[in-house]
Design a protein around this ligand. Structure first.
Ligand SMILES: Cc1ncc(COP(=O)(O)O)c(C=O)c1O
Length: 387
């Protein structure tokens, strides 16, 4: 047998899948993979269900249903004051995952350099490398995850083509500050680079934090692609409906990649996402408030058990330091052990760093019902008692 692609094969199966399989085998509460446990808003699902019967189920337009592209534009105007031409500046994709792949494959040439921030969401580096480009990683460290602007500047070179930014950031829960965004924007403009902004958690900010797309900063409008996800915004992660907003000249090569990746996305789900994006403000504030309550429940429970828990300003995830409970093994050992012995799954931070991960950090998802979070804390408490 010949080898499959060596680059992708080297990455193996992602830790999210490994932990989810183990969690299922052990009947563990899965606070590993980030998916909400409910079934999303009833009205959004009802629009999708009706559309299966009432509307065409044949290939929708390659750029996406016009109504969803207009809804993405209206949403950008409503929340960020961004004027977007839905017809020329929005592309619908099969999830943010495809959006990221289309941006990287569409914008990068072999030998280009990409600046990205570590800890890294799992698909970033494999897709950068699949495009033949080279990742230049800027490390963020716990507990503050502050961006070192000198390290950032030295990651740029004459070959830098693109910066890939995720804010609010998985797994840290960090929201990049105004100064950090300004520093990134300055370097992107100076180097005549692109920015690809993974903003899938744009509606999941807590404690009054506000989301400021990099695209709204001076000089960024025409060199930024902004990615959103209906999966995250409507707690329907299985839907895989994403959307990219970018100036027409930047969107054109991205659309070339998209047409050969998936070409299009199920029309009923697009119609429902369009409906959802037009929901009243109360829906979006309610989503963030529910998630903040989950964060508070989980983090206060973990702190009661003796874990140091880092500040979390957004996303689905909280980070705990296992050294604070006297755990001496690796983050991976810890996650395996609590999945098997306590019946609670989490994700080790080593999965998010290429090398030398910060010691003892694990990620717990809190996008779960209160009773499930309480049961997870009770199970961890019982496990700690037994140790
Ligand atoms: C940072 C980040 N980007 C992208 C995605 C993927 O989004 P989608 O499900 O829309 O493909 C996720 C999902 O967990 C994520 O956390």
């Amino acid at each position: 047998m010949r080898h499959g692609n060596r680059g992708l094969s080297a990455y193996g199966t992602t830790i999210f899948e490994v932990m989810s399989v183990l969690a299922r085998e052990r009947g563990a509460i899965n606070l590993g993979q980030g998916f909400p446990d409910g079934n999303g808003p009833d009205d959004v699902r009802a629009v999708a269900a009706r559309a299966l019967d009432d509307r065409s189920n044949q290939y929708p337009p390659m750029m996406g249903l016009p109504e969803l592209r207009q809804a993405v534009a209206a949403h950008a105007r409503r929340f960020y004051g961004l004027e977007v031409d839905g017809e020329r500046e929005v592309l619908v994709t099969s999830g943010a995952t495809e959006a990221l792949a289309a941006c990287l494959l569409g914008l990068l040439d072999p030998g280009d350099e990409v600046v990205l921030f570590e800890p890294l969401y799992d698909s970033y580096l494999p897709m950068v490398e699949r495009a033949g480009a080279i990742g230049r990683r800027v490390r963020l460290e716990p507990p503050g995850w502050r961006l070192d602007t000198e390290a950032l500047a030295s990651a740029f070179s004459d070959r830098t083509k693109l910066v890939l930014l995720n804010s609010p950031m998985n797994p840290t829960g960090k929201v990049f500050t105004g100064e950090e965004l300004a520093a990134i924007a300055r370097l992107v403009a100076e180097r005549d680079a692109f920015a690809v902004c993974d903003e899938v958690y744009e509606h999941l900010l807590f404690d009054g934090h506000r989301h400021h797309p990099l695209m709204t900063l001076p000089g960024m409008r025409d060199r930024t692609a902004r990615i959103g996800s209906a999966g995250k915004t409507f707690s329907l992660t299985g839907w895989k409906v994403g959307y990219i907003t970018a100036a027409p000249e930047m969107l054109a090569p991205i659309a070339r990649a998209h047409q050969f990746l998936t070409f299009t996305t199920p029309p009923n789900l697009q119609a429902a996402a369009a409906y959802g994006l037009a929901k009243p403000d109360a829906y979006f504030t309610g989503l963030a408030a529910d998630m903040q309550a989950g964060r508070d429940r989980l983090t206060s429970g973990l702190r009661r058990l003796g874990f140091d828990v880092a500040a979390c300003q957004g996303t689905y995830f909280a980070t705990a330091d296992i050294r604070s409970i006297g755990y001496a093994g690796s983050d991976l050992d810890f996650c395996m052990e609590i999945t098997r012995e306590a019946g609670v799954a989490a994700i080790p931070y080593s999965a998010f760093y290429v090398e030398a991960p910060p010691e003892g950090q694990v990620r717990f998802a809190f996008c779960k019902p209160a009773a499930m979070l309480d049961e997870a804390i009770a199970r961890l408490a019982a496990w700690l008692e037994r140790r």
